[in-house]
Design a protein around this ligand. Structure first.
Ligand code: NAD
Length: 351
């Protein structure tokens, strides 16, 4: 066994079906009584229904959560939060809504109850990414780690099939980078393998039948496992590229992860052979980068950055930004090779 350091994170996780009914008890359990419910505009109805269910425990609903956590939206939400005299936030939605809850917690230190409806994994991390003037920056602080996560598989049955796949691959990306992280440790690596396997086996079933409860439950479990990985160990080139493409070019988060991941894995293939073997085994294939690409392709989601609207002329700028302040990576960051990685992801070439 290699030497390692493991930092456990605090947090309470409730996982099941129909668990939304427990949110009121969780608010009281935190010693709170005035929750602000958060959502995106698209999930407004669900958020309002939750507020009605909470009765006097909900003092307002703020429905303008936006992808990549723009700081101007946070500013507006904070005003709303203060005017409502709320003492906690309840986020119902994907990573965008949870990102807003984290931004409010960062500024006010109030507790968060988060109810994830995608597989992005933000709920399990002490990480916040925020976008200001077209640049997305991340920071890690326990201030933003949600106190309570309520996973209710019922809420994921309506997640559109394509979003389910790309969000599932977003989760897998966390586990892939956890396996070759500088601070990898045996517990998180085990969870990473489980997370990859659970999601990879669930997604084809979800595409066939989006209301397959067993598959949805497997995918949500996998999302938790992969989110814990992201929260516990460092990110590398893959996440750096996706943060750059999302923050500067406003590309959609989960779809960008899907298109970049096989190429980021290919970049690190020879530098992290043990991690690649574990990723391949979890996917049930011989070659990890190709297995990741083939999984996305077989499920019919876009596998190129071109399809997401990135212009070929922007590749050089993306390369420069990603290489200017890189995260640690098992293979040294070589700007020319990063440019090639992005060109392959842009074209959607099989690695
Ligand atoms: P999202 O939260 O933006 O959701 C995408 C769309 O799907 C939204 O319109 C949302 O309302 C809708 N939606 C969500 N769940 C649904 C459901 N069950 N049924 C129908 N519609 C649903 O997308 P995302 O990929 O979950 O989150 C992306 C954001 O999360 C990015 O800003 C990213 O940076 C952040 N993120 C942060 C971390 C972290 O640890 N800090 C981790 C992962 C992602």
């Amino acid at each position: 066994m290699q030497p390692f350091v493991f930092n456990a994170l605090p947090g309470r996780v409730i996982f099941g079906s129909g668990t939304l009914s427990q949110v009121g008890d969780e608010i009281r359990g935190l010693g709170c009584s005035r929750a602000l419910v958060l959502s995106t505009p698209q999930q407004q109805t669900q958020a309002q229904r939750l507020a009605a269910q909470l009765g006097d425990l909900a003092v307002g609903v703020y429905t303008n959560a936006t992808m990549h956590t723009p700081t101007d939206v946070t500013f507006h939400a904070l005003q709303f939060f203060r005017e409502a005299e709320a003492d906690c936030v309840v986020a119902l939605g994907g990573g965008s809504t949870i990102g807003l809850a984290k931004a409010i917690a960062l500024n006010t230190d109030v507790p968060q109850i988060v109810i994830p409806t995608t597989y992005a994994g933000s709920e399990a991390t002490p990480i916040i990414g925020q976008t200001e003037n077209g640049i997305k920056t991340t920071q890690k602080t326990l201030k933003v780690l949600p106190e309570v996560i309520v996973y209710d598989v019922d809420l994921t049955l309506g997640l559109p099939a394509e979003m389910s796949v790309t969000s599932g691959l977003n989760a897998i990306a966390h586990a892939v980078e956890a396996l070759y992280a500088k601070d990898a440790n045996p517990l998180i690596s085990m969870l990473a393998e489980q997370g990859i396997a659970a999601i990879a086996r669930a997604l084809p079933r979800i595409i066939k039948n989006p209301e397959d409860r067993e598959a949805r439950s497997d995918a949500l479990y996998g999302a938790w496992a992969c989110g814990v990985c992201l929260g516990a160990v460092g990110m590398s080139i893959h996440h750096k590229l996706c943060h750059t493409l999302g923050g500067t070019f406003n590309l959609p988060h989960a779809q960008t992860h899907t298109a970049v991941l096989p190429h980021a894995a290919a970049y690190n293939l020879d530098a992290a052979p043990a991690a690649m073997a574990r990723i391949a085994a979890a996917l049930g294939v011989d070659n990890a980068p190709r297995g990741l690409f083939d999984l996305a392709k077989s499920l019919g989601v876009p596998t190129s950055l071109a399809e997401l609207g990135l212009k070929e002329a922007d590749l050089a700028k993306a390369t420069d930004i990603a290489c200017a302040s890189p995260y640690w990576n098992p293979r040294a960051i070589e700007p020319k090779a990063i440019g090639e990685l992005l060109a392959n992801a842009w074209a959607g070439n099989r690695p």
